[in-house]
Ligand binder design. Structure first.
Ligand code: SF4
Ligand code: SF4
Length: 259
């Protein structure tokens, strides 16, 4: 999903080297696997044939990232229980990922669902409040003082990040409670600088070096088709607003404007 990211933009000089022959071969396998999933025409992404195929795609994606990152001149600094990046509003989740994540929660963490849905809704309400404030104050004031166009979605996502609302899926030990099925969006974000600098207070320092190590357009095109096939939420792709629908079967926290 190569649309607006919820994470800071990659630096102009990317720490990612061009894909090696092995990386290109892995990416071709990803594209072929995704096309195979499209041809399956499963009625639901919870069809075991579909979920198994997607698990294989995620393994290939991990191998693809590993191959690219291992050839970088920089060292990845992401590690276990390092979770400042989980303050971000995860804006780009495919519909079938949300369905698979919700099923994982139903199977593994059923007792957490009511608390989780409350936290997700609280965050969605906060984002809506921020969005309304942007309408009323920030963009109006800014337009009076600058001729530069401000990216409204970026402002909104940055504002939410500064609130330090940890993703409700982060557990008390600082680990992702849905780690095996976490979205590609979360898997893509990597840092090469001191993890402490991923804090909202320091994320825009010059020495911060983060980037998105993600799939290329050919794979994204097929993922988008799969997303559209299973989309029941009017193109909403935010993790925090999609999950209550998939967990409880109805939508009561629809943002006025889908980011
Ligand atoms: S992006 Fe930053 S906070 Fe997130 S795991 Fe990597 S180093 Fe840690
Ligand atoms: S889904 Fe997991 S990895 Fe992604 S933001 Fe939430 S806790 Fe972090």
């Amino acid at each position: 999903m190569q649309k607006k990211s919820d994470k800071p933009a990659p630096p102009e000089e990317t720490p990612l080297p061009p894909p090696s022959k092995k990386a290109r071969a892995l990416h071709a396998e990803i594209v072929a696997g995704l096309k195979g999933m499209l041809a399956l025409d499963s009625a639901t992404p919870l069809d075991p044939v579909f979920t198994n195929a997607y698990e294989t795609i995620l393994e290939l994606f991990g191998a693809y990232q590993q191959e690219i990152l291992s050839r970088s001149h920089y060292q990845v600094t992401c590690g276990k229980n390092c979770a400042r990046c989980c303050y971000h509003w995860v804006a780009d989740v495919y519909s079938f990922e949300a369905a698979i994540i919700a099923e994982h929660i139903k199977q593994q963490l059923p007792s957490k669902i009511p608390t989780l849905c409350n936290a997700l809704r609280e965050d969605a309400a906060l984002l809506q409040t921020l969005d309304d404030m942007l309408d009323e104050r920030v963009l109006k004031d800014a337009s009076a003082h600058t001729t530069e166009a401000l990216d409204r979605d970026d402002l909104l996502l940055e504002g939410f990040y500064q609130l330090r609302r940890a993703c409700p899926l982060l557990d008390s030990s600082g680990a992702c409670s849905i780690y095996p099925v976490r979205p590609m969006s979360c898997r893509s974000y990597v840092s090469f600088s001191d993890p402490l600098l991923c804090d909202p207070d320091t994320i825009y320092y010059n020495e911060v070096l983060t980037c998105l190590c993600t799939i290329e357009q050919a794979a994204d095109d097929v993922l988008e088709k799969l997303h559209d096939r299973y989309d029941h939420c009017e193109h909403d792709t935010s993790l925090r607003t999609l999950l209550p629908y998939y967990l409880e079967g109805f939508r009561d926290c629809i943002l006025k404007r889908v980011i």
